[in-house]
Design a protein around this ligand. Structure first.
Ligand code: A3P
Length: 324
């Protein structure tokens, strides 16, 4: 049982002082806690989440590393689970007017704003997202048999996506990454010093748990979603206990959900072109829709950079059965 007692603010400051601290791949100051790098306020929120969140069996937890397709996964799971409430062609579908981060909140953000949020009135299924590793999930999530879906992505594409993100949403005291050497950023990433990094450690942990408890944890890959979204939508719906009926399949519901949540469709919605993230006055919704492709790393990384990161990841995943 690895339940952390939430420190009082002063104690948290003391804890923080005792942790190794470095600038991460996009130059945010990060603190190393139990094998993972966190921003300070996020660590505090993650600890509150770990200590106070009470999971229900009907909950759905979406776990990802930053820049691995969280926004997409949120939209897909919301559309699947709300399809009897809002048909996909419904003009009042929330995904047409709300960014996916508005319909599926991050637990780290809920607990950043309030260490004791009242989440009891949210009707089932409650869908939440998190970037924390499996080991930081609350005991109630691990024991409630609620559904967890983990989405991973090739680390080279994560790095490139993160690099671009860092250029539009710079870290404090760093006006823009453009003035910073990409090689330096990449070196930090290869050492796993990124927000919630190393991303391969996080993926490996969820991977192992998905092998151990497949009925609770579904492990997905961004690349598989891109290759065949329809069959991945079926897997998600089955995992969540709401498989598509043959009437739905024949009626094109799967394709409709895929289209509703497609990169092109979401990106071109007014809310995602001009809106701002509901929990931030700074971050614009459009930064979550850049290219949405597999292999964009080829346009940024040199062959030797790619080889280096591949080796790091291969070494870490060796013998696990997981490839990223
Ligand atoms: P790129 O920067 O490579 O384009 P996150 O949501 O975890 O922050 O990840 C963002 C990445 O997912 C970005 O990758 C973004 O373009 C991509 N993305 C967002 N919505 C998507 C969608 N509907 N389909 C495919 N990719 C999507």
């Amino acid at each position: 049982q690895d339940v952390q007692v939430l420190p009082e603010s002063n104690d948290f400051q003391e804890l923080l002082q005792s942790l190794p601290c470095e600038r991460g791949a996009i130059f945010h100051p990060l603190h190393f806690y139990k094998g993972i790098w966190y921003r300070a306020h996020v660590l505090e929120a993650a600890m509150a989440f770990q200590q106070h969140f009470q999971a229900r069996v009907t909950d759905i937890i979406l776990a990802t590393a930053p820049k691995s397709g969280t926004t997409w996964l949120k939209s897909l799971v919301f559309a699947i689970t709300h399809r009897s409430q809002y048909t996909v062609t419904d003009k009042s579908h929330p995904l047409l007017t709300t960014n996916p981060h508005g319909v599926v909140p991050f637990l780290e953000i809920i607990y950043r704003n309030n260490k004791f949020p009242d989440l009891t009135s949210t009707p089932p299924p409650r869908i939440y997202a998190t970037h924390v590793p499996y080991s930081m999930l609350p005991e109630s999530v691990k024991t409630s048999k609620c559904h967890i879906i983990y989405l991973c992505r090739n680390p080279k594409d994560i790095f490139v996506s993160m690099w671009h993100f860092g250029n539009v949403v710079p870290a404090e005291n760093f006006p823009s990454l453009q003035s910073i050497n990409i090689e330096e950023s990449f070196e930090r990433f290869c050492k796993g010093i990124e927000m919630f990094g190393p991303c391969w450690e996080q993926a490996l942990e969820y991977w192992k748990m998905s092998v151990e408890k497949p009925e609770e944890i579904l492990f997905l890959k961004f690349e598989d979603l891109k290759a065949d979204i329809n069959s991945q939508l079926k897997r998600i719906a089955e995992h969540l206990g709401c498989p598509f009926s043959s009437e739905e399949q024949n009626g094109g519901v799967i394709e409709d959900i895929a289209n509703l949540c497609s990169f092109e469709h979401l990106r071109n919605l007014e809310v995602n072109k001009t809106g701002k993230l509901f929990f931030s006055q700074v971050v614009e919704n459009n930064v979550f829709f850049r290219k949405g492709e597999v292999g964009d790393w080829m346009n940024i990384l040199t062959p030797s950079m790619a080889e280096k990161l591949d080796q790091v990841v291969k070494h870490k995943l060796h013998g696990s059965g997981l490839t990223l």
